[in-house]
Design a protein around this ligand. Structure first.
Ligand code: GDP
Length: 448
């Protein structure tokens, strides 16, 4: 699929009038293209001011030419970067020149894919490039930058090293059958295995937070009619941090509004239909409301504090899975003060959507769930695929533990540990099938 022998070119940035447009070229012809534009050999990592001319020597634009010879470049290949005015026409003309000089159009993500294939980035880092570009909040951008820096990968590598250490020990034991049982019963082995399991559990929790950071938290607001769901969403939307978006194509009976609060996506679902289905229309409403809730990370149940019992009965009808947060609204009517309390393992908040009292408690709670509040030092972005791989690693590790401590079956434990290593290797791309690589990189933008 990827031949390092060809040269790719793409517009990496075209911000329109006023900004700088960037054209990037990578591959063996990049040097010849650079010389054609500059009229001589470029100096590595030096900004040349150049007149960019077409084949007929007509001036297209003047700008900067930068030359990064292999292997000291983003892709690890010879890379040429042209910075011109951010006009789509200028950039198209420059790109056409590069194509005439032997380059071809780059596919989406092909620069990052080459960086991965040349060992410049591992797969988790390459994915962080796309996550950084797509980040919807400051916290997400900073966390993506940490993944790109290799914070996540380093933790995966440390675990892999520890697993390899265990495998070496166990495989040595298998080679000496008369002593195998003693080897496998060594307390150090059990201690090491327990430490690895604890580290993996930590990393899995951090990766789950990382997915929420990258994707935002999907919160679905549910509750009976007139409890104040819309008012609450509007109150949140009035915050300076909120971006209000209309979701097209959604029906009025289920999805009414959505806002993005600091990278947290909130969707209002009218769950009148969560009650028993009366007719076909209501059955459809139930189906959609449930589908929304099943995709949600957090269900925000709104109740009118004066009638909380009836509202709380709805809790039983919510699909399991998503975390639940209960809001007791309209406390202004009883003159109560805003507060938070944990009841039956759920956080309950007392507030007023109308007066705004207690909204800060809700925002803080949403941020806590989204991981943005705890996105301090060390937080990194991750993807669902990473979480799935870590879950597989966790399960094989549990099986290895059982094989060792209960069954004292060295061969079995070694095989389980091999699977752990394989699952971890999928995250960084050591064991990743080509079709998966294709799917990952094709979701990138062109020029990245
Ligand atoms: P929804 O059907 O759950 O979306 O409820 P709405 O947001 O449309 O609110 C229903 C009614 O309750 C409206 O008249 C709101 O003005 C009122 N309401 C909403 N929140 C509050 C609140 O905190 N205090 C008071 N007093 N009234 C509220």
């Amino acid at each position: 699929m990827n031949s390092a022998a060809d040269t790719i070119a793409a517009v990496a940035s075209a911000p329109g009038a006023g900004g700088v447009g960037v054209l990037r070229v990578s591959g063996p012809h990049a040097g010849a293209i650079a010389r054609a534009f500059l009229g001589r050999a470029p100096t590595p990592r030096h900004a040349h001011y150049a007149a960019f001319r077409d084949r007929d020597r007509a001036l297209i634009d003047r700008g900067l030419l930068l030359w990064f010879p292999a292997p000291h470049s983003y892709t690890g290949e010879d890379v040429l970067e042209l910075q011109a005015h951010g006009s789509p026409v200028v950039l198209r003309l420059l790109l056409a020149c590069c194509l005439e000089l032997g380059a071809r159009h780059a596919r989406p993500g092909e620069f990052s894919e080459r960086a991965f294939l040349n060992g410049k980035l591992d797969l988790a880092q390459a994915e962080a490039v796309a996550d950084l570009i797509a980040s919807g909040s400051e916290a997400a951008a900073r966390a993506a930058q940490r993944s790109l820096d290799g914070v996540f990968s380093a933790r995966v590598h440390a675990l892999t090293e520890a697993v390899i250490g265990l495998r070496v020990w166990i495989e040595a034991a298998i080679d000496f059958p008369e002593e195998e049982i003693d080897f496998l019963a060594a307390p150090q082995l059990a201690t090491d295995l327990a430490a690895i399991r604890a580290d993996l559990a930590d990393l899995l929790a951090a990766a789950r937070r990382g997915v929420r950071l990258a994707d935002g938290l999907h919160v679905v607001i549910v509750g009976r009619p007139n409890v104040g769901k819309s008012s609450l969403l509007n109150a949140l939307a009035a915050s300076e941090r909120a971006i209000v978006t209309d979701i097209a194509g959604t029906t009025r009976d289920v999805l009414r509004e959505a806002i993005d609060l600091d990278g947290i996506a909130l969707t209002l679902v009218d769950t009148a239909g969560l009650r028993e289905a009366g007719d076909a229309v209501e059955a459809e409403g139930i189906r959609r409301a449930r589908a929304e809730l099943e995709r949600a990370d957090l269900a925000l149940l709104v109740s009118d504090d004066a009638h909380a019992d009836a509202d709380l009965a709805l809790l039983a009808g919510l699909p399991p899975g998503a975390a639940q947060l209960v809001v007791h609204n309209k406390i202004d009517l009883a003159g109560a003060t805003p507060h938070a309390q944990t009841l039956d393992g759920r956080t309950h908040l007392w507030l007023s959507a109308r007066s705004g009292a207690g909204l800060d408690l809700l925002v803080a709670e949403l941020q806590r769930h989204a991981g943005t509040a705890e996105a301090g030092e060390g937080a990194f972005t991750a993807r669902a695929r990473h979480v799935a791989a870590l879950e597989r690693a966790r399960d094989h590790l549990a099986a290895a533990d059982d094989a060792l401590t209960v069954q004292r079956a060295g061969e079995l434990a070694a095989e389980e540990l091999r699977q752990v290593q394989h699952a971890l290797g999928e995250i960084t791309g050591e064991f990743t099938p080509d079709d998966l690589l294709g799917a990952i990189f094709s979701s990138f933008c062109i020029g990245k």
